[in-house]
Design a protein around this ligand. Sequence first.
Ligand SMILES: Nc1ncnc2c1ncn2[C@@H]1O[C@H](COP(=O)(O)OP(=O)(O)OP(=O)(O)O)[C@@H](O)[C@H]1O
Length: 230
Amino acid sequence: MPSTSAAEVSLDLVVRDLVVKAREGRELLSVERLDIPAGSRIGIRGPSGAGKSTLLFAIAGLLRPSSGTVAWGDQRISEMSPGDRARFRRENVGLVFQDFLLFEELSALGNAAIAARYASRSSRRAIIAAAGAGLERLGLKKLGGRRVESFSGGERQRVAMARALANDPGIILADEPTASLDRTSADRLIEDLSALSGGSGRTLIAVSHDAALHARMDRVIDVVDGRPLV
Ligand SMILES: Nc1ncnc2c1ncn2[C@@H]1O[C@H](COP(=O)(O)OP(=O)(O)OP(=O)(O)O)[C@@H](O)[C@H]1O
């Protein structure tokens, strides 16, 4: 797993007048102003249904806002086509999400190194090596060759984490990364996430209900009724 960030360009997050609406017109999220300097470790918390995941999806470029701007450095992802947003994510963002989105028929290593399939020949080898090192660090080396269909929730979460980091992303976005883990595994994951971001230039933004995670962040943002309290 990489220990320093590959963020070659500064990816400060700037959000302005962002509004996300449901298809039927209900407002799900409204963010007047949010600035997150590159390299920050940010926790996001709030009641169920408050809009935390919607905020994470918006800043990941996984949804197109109804209005407003989301920019990482000079990349205004809110105005990009879906294809350009997907490319931005592939190159810059590691996603650790609740339902893992693993390929059941692939091995742990096959999943962790999935980015190699889309990478240039020159970076393919580095991605596969980083995926293997990530699995080892997360205690899954022995299971590396096994198909993930038989994995437990905690094992899946660690495969997803190794995958998110294999591409050496400048931005890590995590949605409830400790939710399916026992306390010991959760603390280890928090330790890893924290070490991989703090001081490296790599930004971490994690939605969580876990107080132990928030205790390790530089700043915690509360989201209530679709609005971050900043
Ligand atoms: N595509 C959608 N269409 C309509 N409503 C949606 C859509 N996605 C989310 N919502 C609604 O938007 C609100 C915010 O949802 P979101 O998942 O962001 O909350 P959350 O704070 O992450 O909640 P939890 O902690 O339970 O995961 C909820 O009322 C949810 O039902």
